[in-house]
Write a new protein. Structure first.
Length: 336
């Protein structure tokens, strides 16, 4: 039973000179409200229709029927007690979807056992409503006629608060019985769980003791391994320190030898540079002498003829003197 209503709403109107009061309740399976809220609102309908409603109208739709809707009557019985079904009937909306089929044939030939059970629980009281024909008073008259039949069957009785209270007391009594049964079950389960827990605790303590012994052995083994590794690391550290010192000493020795070698090289380079400089000076001196000699010869050639013999003797003597002087300075020097 679905509804867009979230709280009970009462409307009063007049039909054929009769005052009719209708209370719209939330759907029994309204997903926007909790179960407690739905039950609380639906229970209000009894007080709103004091001294009580003549009939409960369960509204369904043609062609759409859920498992929850099939449990509607059972839920009404749980809320209002078993007598509530005697005050209930079923109203199918969207009756125009039936076409040419009557509502009786729809129910009879339908394969939905839940629909048939629901109608049977309501004393086989049901009728369709065509939504498009809002002004069709015949539909309303048929509904009122069905309500009159319920009233006549119950000799004009209402579903009163006393009925609800009686149902409530019956429910509370049953709930107490269920609660006691549950308490016994819980006690039995607790005892079984307690025994099971004690056994599990005993086994757990045993496992913990065994695991502790294994852990102690592993710990001892690891500590021994750590001591060995520390000793090996200390030996490695000492060896590394000695190696470092040896490398530093070798580096110092290499640096000293390198410095000495560089000093020897510098001295040798300086010596070679001095020797090259001296040779260069001798060569330059020789070139200057040669240049002077050539100038002297050219000058002589430009002077008037003299005794060739005296001139040759003089030239030869000067040349020999020049050669002797160069040999004294550098035996390896070559004259061009």
């Amino acid at each position: 039973m679905c509804s867009v209503t979230t709280v009970c709403q009462k409307k009063v109107c007049e039909v054929d000179g009769r005052s009719i009061a209708v209370v719209d309740t939330p759907g029994l399976f309204d997903t926007t409200l909790s179960n407690d809220q739905v039950v609380e609102e639906i229970m209000k309908c009894v007080s709103l229709l004091s001294p009580g409603p003549h009939v409960f109208v369960i509204v369904l739709s043609v062609g759409r029927f859920t498992k929850e809707e099939s449990d509607t009557v059972d839920l009404i019985k749980k809320i209002f007690g078993p007598n509530a079904a005697h005050f209930s009937n079923v109203l199918f909306t969207r009756g125009d979807d039936l076409g040419n089929k009557s509502i009786e044939k729809y129910v009879e030939r339908g394969n939905n056992a839940e629909v048939k059970k629901l109608i049977s629980d309501c004393g086989n009281r049901f009728l369709p409503f065509i939504n498009k024909e809002n002004q069709d008073r015949n539909q309303v008259i048929q509904l009122l006629k069905m309500i009159e039949e319920v009233k006549n069957t119950k000799e004009g009785q209402y579903f009163t608060n006393s009925m609800f209270e009686e149902a409530e007391m019956s429910i509370k009594k049953r709930m107490k019985e269920i609660l006691k049964e549950k308490e016994r079950e819980i006690h039995t389960q607790n005892e079984a769980l307690k025994a099971k827990d004690e056994m599990e605790i005993k086994n757990l303590k045993k496992r913990l003791k065994e695991e502790k012994q294994r852990a102690d052995k592993v710990k001892e083994k690891m500590e021994n391994q750590i001591r060995i590794e520390r000793s090996e690391k200390e030996q490695d550290r000492e060896m590394a320190e000695r190696l470092k010192q040896d490398l530093q000493r070798e580096k110092i020795e290499r640096d000293i030898m390198k410095a000495k070698h560089e000093e020897d090289i510098k001295e040798m380079v300086k010596k070679h540079e001095d020797e090259a400089r001296r040779k260069a000076e001798e060569i330059n001196d020789f070139r200057d002498r040669k240049k002077k000699w050539n100038l002297h010869i050219n000058k002589k050639l430009e002077e008037p003829d003299e005794s060739m013999e005296d001139h040759e003797d003089q030239q030869k003597g000067e040349k020999e003197e020049l050669i002797k002087g160069n040999k004294r300075k550098n035996k390896n020097c070559v004259i061009f």
